[in-house]
Design a protein around this ligand. Structure first.
Ligand SMILES: Cc1ncc(COP(=O)(O)O)c(C=O)c1O
Length: 397
C-alpha cells in the first residue's frame, strides 16, 4: 500500500509545470528563479498506485476509444460514502474534463443570458470569468472578515437571492481562498434561502477530500432531501491526488431530469467521455488512495500549524487566515502594503527582492486586495525556505 511521503519532492523545473515555469514566474512576480507557491497544484508525486496503474496501461500500447464507465462510477460512489457518508448513485453522475468546464456547461444549461449568478467573494477567479464569458451577471456576496476568519453574510445573500433574475449560486465548499469548511448550521441557512428564492446551488467541492480532521465537510447535496434535487455537486480526484492535469471531474446531479439535460449538453460537444489515462488514474486513486490521502492531510495540518506559528512569531502585522482544508493559505498583508512606495506592488517586491512567488489576493476579486495566497502543498523544507524569504522581505518594506 502506497504511503504518503512528505519529503519526496521531485525537481519540477523543466517538467512542463506552469507553477515552476521560468517565463510564467517572470510574468507573475518579475523573477524567473523565484520559489513558486502560487498556482494550486502540489509538488508531491501522486499515490504510487496511480503511477503504477498508468505505467501498466501505457505499457499495453493501444489507446483506443473507451466506453464503459461503470467501474469508475462504482468507485466514486463508494468514495463519497466512505469519506463523506454521502450516498451517491451511478445514475446521478457525469464525468467532465475538469470542474471549470462543468461550471461553464451548468451555467449554460440551467440559466439564461442576463441572469445573475451569486458567488462568495473573494472567489476563485475563474468563477467570475465563467459567469461573464457566458454573458451572465456576477452577483457578489462578500464574505465577512474579522480577526482572520471568514464567515457568510447571510443577510446580503438573501437580498441577492430575492432578485428575480438570481438563478444560480456557485458555492465554493470548502472555500478557496479562505480555506473555510462551512458548518452544517451555515449550510442549512444557505439551503433555506436557496429553497425560498428558487436559486439552484452549484457546490464546487473540489477541495473537500482534503478537509482537516477537526472539522467535517458536509456535501451540500447531503444536507437534506430537499437540498439534493435543487443542487449539483462538483467533486474530483484532481486536487486530492495531485492529478489536476488529467482533467477528470465527477458531477453529481440527483434530479433525474436535470441530469439528463446536462448529460445531453455534454454529448452535444462530445465532452462526455474522459480520456483513457485520466479514467485509469481516477480509478486507481479512488480504489487505493485513501491511506495516502490520510498521510497527506496529516502533513497539511502540520504545515498550516507551522505557518501559523512562524508568522505570528515573526510579525504582528501579518494575519494568517487559518485554513480548515486543502493546501492554500490566505495571508492578510494589508498593513504591510500600506508601507509600499507609490507604484510598488507587493507580489512583485516579494518576487524580485525575496525570490518568492505568491498569488496576488486581488486575483480573487477586489475583496482579496492586500492579501496573498500561499500554496503550501510542498515539503517542509521548501515551505521553511519560502517563509524565511517572505518574512525577510516583508521586514525590508
Ligand atoms: C474552487 C476551485 N474550483 C475549480 C478549480 C479548478 O478545477 P479544474 O482544474 O478541474 O477545472 C480550482 C483550482 O484551483 C479551485 O480551487
Amino acid at each position: 500500500m502506497g504511503h504518503f511521503d512528505p519529503c519526496n519532492i521531485p525537481d519540477r523545473r523543466g517538467s512542463d509545470s506552469v507553477k515552476w515555469d521560468r517565463s510564467v514566474l517572470k510574468q507573475i512576480c518579475g523573477n524567473p528563479d523565484a520559489l513558486p507557491f502560487w498556482v494550486a497544484d502540489m509538488d508531491f508525486p501522486s499515490p504510487p498506485e496511480v503511477i503504477e496503474a498508468l505505467h501498466e496501461r501505457v505499457s499495453h500500447g493501444v489507446f483506443g476509444y473507451i466506453q464503459d464507465m461503470s467501474e469508475v462510477y462504482e468507485l466514486f460512489t463508494r468514495w463519497t460514502w466512505s469519506r463523506h457518508r454521502w450516498p451517491t448513485e451511478a445514475a446521478q453522475l457525469c464525468i467532465t474534463p475538469g470542474i471549470i468546464s462543468a461550471l461553464s456547461c451548468l451555467v449554460n444549461v440551467f440559466t439564461r443570458e442576463g441572469d445573475r449568478i451569486i458567488i462568495q467573494t473573494p472567489a476563485y477567479r475563474p468563477f467570475f470569468s465563467v459567469i461573464r464569458e457566458n454573458r451572465r451577471v456576477v452577483a457578489e456576496n462578500p464574505l465577512r472578515y474579522q480577526a482572520g476568519r471568514y464567515t457568510l453574510d447571510l443577510d446580503h445573500l438573501e437580498s441577492l437571492m430575492k432578485a428575480p433574475s438570481a438563478a444560480m449560486m456557485i458555492f465554493c465548499s470548502p472555500h478557496n481562498p479562505s480555506g473555510r469548511v462551512w458548518t452544517r448550521a451555515e449550510l442549512e441557512e444557505v439551503d433555506a434561502l436557496a429553497k425560498r428564492y428558487h436559486v439552484l446551488v452549484i457546490s464546487d467541492e473540489i477541495h473537500a477530500d482534503m478537509s482537516y480532521r477537526h472539522v467535517r465537510h458536509i456535501p451540500y447535496s447531503s444536507l437534506s432531501e430537499s437540498a439534493a434535487p435543487r443542487s449539483v455537486t462538483c467533486m474530483a480526484p484532481s486536487k486530492t491526488f495531485n492529478i489536476p492535469g488529467e482533467h477528470f471531474s465527477c458531477i453529481v446531479i440527483p434530479d433525474a431530469g436535470m441530469k439528463k439535460r446536462f448529460a445531453s449538453y455534454l454529448k452535444r460537444f462530445s465532452i462526455n467521455t474522459p480520456t483513457i489515462l485520466s479514467r485509469v488514474a481516477a480509478e486507481a486513486a479512488y480504489r487505493h488512495g485513501a491511506p495516502w490521502l490520510d498521510g497527506l492531510i496529516a502533513h497539511l495540518e502540520d504545515q498550516t500549524s507551522y505557518i501559523d506559528r512562524t508568522l505570528s512569531e515573526a510579525s504582528r502585522e501579518i494575519l494568517y487566515v487559518k485554513p480548515e482544508a486543502s493546501f492554500i493559505a490566505f495571508i492578510d498583508c494589508r498593513e504591510v502594503e500600506k508601507r509600499l512606495n507609490p507604484g510598488e506592488d507587493l507580489v512583485q517586491v516579494l518576487g524580485t527582492k525575496g525570490g518568492i512567488a505568491l498569488h496576488r489576493g486581488s486575483w480573487f476579486g477586489r475583496d482579496g486586495s492586500g492579501f496573498v495566497r500561499m500554496n503550501f502543498g510542498t515539503s517542509r523544507a521548501l515551505l521553511q525556505e519560502g517563509l524565511v524569504r517572505f518574512i525577510e522581505t516583508v521586514r525590508t518594506i
